[in-house]
Design a protein around this ligand. Structure first.
Ligand code: TAP
Length: 473
């Protein structure tokens, strides 16, 4: 005999929330490894869908029928815009896509927080101090994240200069905005009025812009990760306002993982977070050789045919991909070259620097897209153990991540950044278009090394020539 158990709706909802939270945590764990990343992503999406669906059963949802219709229309509109954008975005434009998605998340959290306050005022209720505090937190962090992400997007999309924008009195003006925000928070907490909250919203938007303007284009991915963390915290704050445990936990997870990623990226660049945020890195070209390298020194250039022979008769070839591989969209061609060399009995692997490219995991994603097996990718520390025994280090569109100045030149802006030791290989081949430096804007001594041969040109074209040359060798 079976007994029908009727579960109170609230208990059922909390149970689904709990499952969704476990799903989010497992999803994050899955995203940490290339093998389980896809499954982790699917689990995260599924958990989010379940959580959103069950949220519609909340008894506290006001004007339920009107809100439901509006929410569904908004979700459908969002999906119509986001799905094609996410599908069609180029891999090199991924950081700005993350920036814009993150920004709207922060903006939404700020608006939700302020709407709750409006609601209480409409009912003629004075909010408790702790409620005002939660709202202020959501408004402040969410607005900074919104406007900061918008400027980050504009910079990365090159709608304005990617270089740090500085002006006289910048620090003083930022400090003044900070003091004004603090004062407004105190006034809002004491009076519970709406007016200071609106002014705070405006000033927080200004602060977001002011914080991002002095940050250089290629430091922006680190900043986006930090803003992402802010958005998580803003969402957690709106969770307190709405008394919703799921938002609190999910927001905190985003906040914590964002800050961990920010720290990982900063240390892989050999720089502290305050240095990234406040040093206006890249405002001037610090290169010993300027934009086009050191014209007074000679470099050795070669032909694809000669390099093809060198590669085909090598025992071990280490391919070091960088940002230029993404620009050239040469991931499929580089895999063809690796396959051709492997077929000739050459031991080939890819050495992946943690900040090669412009976003975390940039190279892993590109190479996975070209079906390069995970086993053929080695992380920096593991790869460096093998560099002295490599016959050829083939540097494809990488520059800063192999620049020995990071180890040898204390005055260099990248001194202390861990690098892939391409300089320790017997031969070094650089595939790049010119003598222009990488993101850090500094000359690379390795380009002038007697062991180095340069193959100028777009990486994809040069790789195609190398594939043909290896076949003929
Ligand atoms: P970079 O040092 O930026 O060098 C990229 C190289 O690619 C340049 O030398 C460029 O030279 C070449 N290139 C560009 N387009 C090319 C094309 N179509 N064909 C061939 N070559 C091309 O790259 P990296 O070694 O990957 O280092 C990444 C930099 O970004 C580091 O400084 C890192 O700190 C910074 N960064 C990374 C991240 C993350 S999370 N990945 C975040 C923030 C900052 P030419 O112009 O002469 O071709």
């Amino acid at each position: 005999m079976t007994t029908a158990v009727s579960l109170p709706l609230a208990t059922f909802r909390d149970f689904v929330y709990l499952l969704a939270i476990i799903g989010f945590i497992l999803a994050l764990k899955g995203l940490g490894s290339p093998r389980f990343a896809r499954r982790g992503n699917q689990l995260g999406a599924l958990s989010a869908i379940a959580a959103v669906a069950v949220t519609f059963t909340l008894p506290s949802l006001r004007h339920w029928s009107t809100n439901l219709a509006l929410a569904l229309v908004a979700m459908a509109l969002g999906a119509v815009i986001a799905v094609p954008v996410a599908r069609l975005v180029k891999m090199t434009a991924m950081p700005q896509l993350v920036a814009i998605f993150n920004g709207v998340g922060g903006g939404a959290a700020a608006l939700i927080a302020i709407t709750e306050l409006l609601h209480l005022h409409a009912l003629g209720l004075k909010p408790a101090v702790y409620v005002t505090a939660e709202v202020l937190l959501g408004v402040l962090i969410g607005s900074v994240s919104f406007s900061g992400s918008a400027v980050a997007f504009i910079k990365l999309q090159e709608l304005i200069t990617g270089r740090p924008i500085t002006y006289p009195g910048q620090q003083a003006i930022n400090a003044l905005v900070g003091v004004a925000i603090f004062a407004l928070i105190v006034v809002a907490l004491v009076t519970g009025d709406l007016a200071p909250v609106y002014v705070l919203l405006g000033l927080a938007l200004v602060l977001g812009v002011a914080l991002v303007l002095p940050i250089g284009g290629a430091d922006v991915p680190v900043l986006i990760s930090l803003l992402n963390s802010f958005t998580g915290l803003a969402v957690a704050a709106s969770g307190f306002v709405l008394d919703n445990n799921l938002l609190i936990v999910a927001g905190t997870l985003v906040g914590a993982s964002g800050i961990i990623l920010t720290r990982l990226m900063s240390s892989a660049m050999g720089r502290s977070l305050p240095n990234i945020l406040f040093s206006a890195f890249g405002a001037v070209i610090t290169a010993t050789g300027g934009e086009e390298g050191d014209a007074s020194r000679s470099v050795r250039t070669g032909t694809a045919e000669d390099v093809g022979v060198l590669l085909a008769y090598a025992r071990k070839v280490v391919i070091i991909p960088g940002y230029g591989l993404a620009v050239a969209q040469a991931q499929h061609t580089v895999r063809e070259l690796a396959d051709a060399l492997t077929a000739k009995g050459v031991d080939v692997f890819f050495a992946i620097h943690p900040v090669a490219g412009r976003m975390p995991g940039h190279m892993n994603v590109l190479l996975a897209e070209a079906n390069v097996p995970y086993e053929d990718l080695k992380e920096m520390e593991e790869a460096n153990l093998e560099m002295p025994t490599a016959d050829v280090a083939l540097v494809v569109g990488a520059n800063d991540t192999v620049n020995p100045a990071a180890k040898s030149t204390p005055s260099s802006p990248i001194f202390g950044m861990p690098i892939i030791d391409a300089d320790e290989a017997q031969n070094i081949i650089f595939l790049k278009r010119s003598m222009r430096p990488g993101f850090a804007g500094i000359d690379n001594e390795l380009l002038y090394d007697p062991k180095t041969t340069l193959l100028f040109g777009d990486a994809k074209d040069t790789l195609q020539k190398l594939v043909a040359a290896v076949a003929d060798a």
